[in-house]
Design a binder for this molecule. Structure first.
Ligand code: 5BU
Length: 362
């Protein structure tokens, strides 16, 4: 699309279902703001997400900087964030910057304590190890989705429901249970146990897992009833350009990122970049941009703001959205360090949205 095309029109042509969803959400909320929620405790993170939720379309996390992160798959921090995401209408982007061989990134994406894929709609990848990381993540997502659909839609998984407190888990993954016909099925529950499908379904309904969402968020609890839950497809952003001074991502590197994205259009939503990288008619990628701040209220804006002394460089939403043609600005300390983060987020939302409006009405 050209830089003149509106988000709502791009929602019609987007290749990735989650991108289409996000573009509709942006239009609905009049927001192209992502909060980089870099706070140090899980409590702060959840409070912040609840407060700033109405102003944003994406919440970016670094789960590994948060102390007290609760890894519980159904009631932990990820699941609670996912619940807030449904309540306020935003997507969760774990800024994990995967950067290893394919086999390792697959494990890091779906496994471990964090099980990032369960709660993060979007993740990103560092392309330094090569394109295989993208292929590997795409494969892991497809497998995860297949299993998710199997578990949710067919309800044939059987096993003893985890205890109500979920506290003592026998084994975290790879359970093989015997179903009523004596078939071995992969599922959730204690190894080798038998339980009726109904019990398990009821059990899921009472849980607040991002993988087994409750319907309540479609009701009054959801502020954005105009939009359904996001599609189950997960999305990837390729780290094509960085905001930091002296980074090693040159033109050639960025172009290789674009090529990798084109090879995986059903999984790659777009880029973390400093400018629009859509150049061919078939490119319907979305661009998210960190390194964004506004000058203090009342001060004139000239496109840039002083960096943080640790290599970070800042551009204003007007420059990034209006001139460089990116779509979503990612703001951390600009909002977090304000006396009132909630109203500061609104200031960023309106400024970034104005920059978008003036771009598309040029
Ligand atoms: P800040 O407080 O707005 O500077 O936070 C920026 C966030 O974006 C922070 O979480 C970084 O890890 C992240 N970031 C970035 O600053 N620059 C980049 O190029 C990429 C991520 Br990729």
């Amino acid at each position: 699309p050209t830089l003149l095309e509106t988000f709502s029109s791009r929602a019609q042509t987007a290749t990735h279902p989650l991108t289409a969803y996000l573009l509709r959400l942006m239009d609905l909320k009049a927001s192209n703001l992502c909060l980089s929620a870099d706070v140090s405790t899980a409590r702060e993170l959840l409070q912040l997400a609840d407060k700033v939720g109405p102003s944003i379309v994406v919440l970016k996390t670094h789960h590994d900087v948060v102390s007290g992160w609760d890894f519980h798959p159904h009631t932990g921090t990820g699941a609670r964030l996912a619940q807030l995401a449904r309540k306020h209408g935003f997507l969760i982007f774990e800024d994990r910057k995967f950067g290893d061989i394919g086999h390792t990134v697959q494990m890091q994406y779906v496994g471990g304590s964090a099980r990032i894929i369960d709660w993060a709609h979007i993740v990103n990848v560092n392309m330094v190890p090569g394109k295989a990381a993208v292929t590997a993540l795409a494969e892991a997502e497809a497998k995860w989705r297949e299993r998710y659909q199997y578990e949710v839609k067919t309800s044939v998984t059987v096993g003893t429901p985890r205890s109500d407190t979920f506290d003592e888990q026998p084994e975290e993954s790879g359970w093989w249970n015997t179903d009523e016909e004596g078939q071995n099925r992969e599922g959730v529950g204690r190894k080798g146990s038998i339980v009726s499908v109904t019990t398990l379904t009821q059990h899921y309904e009472s849980a607040t897992s991002p993988r087994f969402p409750r319907d309540e968020t479609k009701g009054e609890d959801c502020l954005y009833a105009g939009i359904d839950e996001p599609p189950i497809e997960r999305g990837l952003l390729i780290l094509a350009q960085m905001s930091s001074a002296g980074n090693f991502m040159n033109r050639e590197y960025t172009q290789a990122c674009v090529e990798a994205a084109r090879e995986h259009r059903r999984f790659v939503m777009g880029f973390v970049s400093q400018e629009s990288l859509n150049s061919e008619p078939d490119d319907h990628f979305i661009h998210m941009t960190p390194g964004c701040q506004l000058p203090p209220e009342g001060e004139e804006e000239n496109g840039t703001v002083a960096g943080d002394g640790l290599g970070q460089r800042y551009n204003t939403p007007q420059k990034l959205i209006g001139l460089c043609g990116t779509d979503i600005v990612i703001v951390g300390r600009g909002i977090l360090k304000a006396g009132d983060p909630q109203s500061e987020a609104e200031r960023y939302r309106t400024t970034a949205w104005k920059a978008y409006l003036s771009r598309v009405t040029k």
